[in-house]
Design a protein around this ligand. Structure first.
Ligand code: DNO
Length: 352
């Protein structure tokens, strides 16, 4: 397991120097944030980014994310040219030594939360999700104000996009994803770059839009439809774990054994309602006992099934007065990294 940290580029207040001082850190996971979705990432820009990272004594072997254009997810006649661009980006990233690309196939919205500053009892605050609050939003009728939503679209663009997705059900989205991956695979195999899809967060349909990377049945179908180890997974525990029916220890063991887990997003969440269902959860410190997910069990399952991929501590809370990008401050993620490192060392040494 290689420990990494997400870095949002030169403007990130969490600097490379800070990241380097976290014990066990080998590299950062980053992206070129200034290139519009759909355009080729040119080699010079990639190499310039890499130089900043390596000058700071870190590696840049994972990209999160190369975003997939909506026309590809919609399967429109514009997709082939956009997939050509994606392929060229993969080739350029490979030349810079990138090994894994994290991406998602969620229509329109990436991760969704109802609160970015949910106050917990210990005085920290964190990201939270309330189904009731999300259900009260109808993006087709009202202008959208979702925490974390970056307003990439004008109101009209969003309405048009949502309208176009009315013709895309789960099956169609799945076909479009398979089409995309089948075109990528020969290049990934040639360049040795692994695709690692990020699960839907949360892993169920939102606002009537289809979401298909959400449980074991959907992942099995995806992995057999495009049967290459280069078609793999970012095992995001907090995303998949939000559905209590997902047995993460089992899934970690199964997909690691298949050689499909290339990247681990390690994060714990706590359900605070006692009823079954997806009504409310907030993010919690990484250790098992702090949340509802068996973090130890997941790491052990990965370890025992040969996981050798990259890991990063996912979202941290705001603690010690820190007020940085929600989920992506320094302190709690650094604590998370150290916890993950320690658990991994213990599992590894005690298994020899
Ligand atoms: C949220 C992240 C996601 C992830 C993308 C991958 O904190 O885990 O935004 O980067 O879904 O494409």
């Amino acid at each position: 397991m290689k420990m990494t940290f997400r870095w949002y580029g030169p403007k990130d207040p969490v600097t490379l120097d800070m990241i380097r001082q976290i014990p066990g850190m080998t590299g950062v996971v980053t992206a070129l944030y200034t290139i519009p979705v759909g355009q080729v990432w040119d080699l010079d820009s990639i190499l310039a980014l890499k130089k900043q990272v390596t000058d700071a004594g870190l590696e840049m072997e994972v990209i999160e994310s190369v975003p997939v254009h909506e026309e590809i997810k919609l399967g429109s006649d514009k997709r082939d040219a956009l997939i050509d661009n994606y392929i060229q980006t993969i080739r350029n990233l490979a030349k810079a030594g990138v090994k894994v690309i994290c991406y998602n196939f969620m229509p329109v919205f990436d991760w969704v939360r109802s609160d970015l500053h949910y106050n917990t009892k210990d005085g920290s605050n964190c990201l939270a999700y309330s189904q009731e609050q999300i259900d009260a939003i109808d993006p087709k009728k009202q202008s959208l104000s979702l925490p974390g939503w970056d307003e990439s679209y004008t109101k009209e663009e969003l309405q048009n996009l949502l309208k176009r997705y009315e013709a895309v059900d789960e099956e169609k989205l799945f076909d479009n994803m398979v089409y995309f991956l089948k075109r990528l695979m020969p290049v990934c195999e040639e360049c040795d770059v692994k695709m690692a899809v990020h699960p839907d967060d949360p892993p169920w349909s939102l606002f009537g839009l289809p979401r298909i990377v959400r449980d074991e049945a959907h992942l099995d179908r995806l992995f057999s439809a495009v049967d290459s180890k280069y078609n793999g997974l970012t095992l995001c525990t907090g995303s998949l774990g939000a559905d209590r029916n997902n047995d993460l220890v089992k899934m970690a063991a199964k997909y690691a054994k298949m050689g499909r887990v290339h990247f681990l997003h390690a994060r714990n969440i706590k359900f605070t309602n006692t009823e079954e269902g997806h009504m409310f959860f907030h993010e919690s410190p990484h250790p098992t006992e702090c949340g509802s997910l068996d973090m130890y069990g997941i790491l052990k399952a990965l370890h025992d099934n040969g996981f050798e991929g990259y890991t990063r501590p996912d979202h941290g809370r705001n603690i010690w007065g820190e007020e940085r990008r929600p989920g992506y401050g320094l302190y709690d993620r650094a604590l998370g990294a150290t916890y993950l490192y320690g658990v991994w060392e213990a599992i590894d040494k005690s298994s020899k």
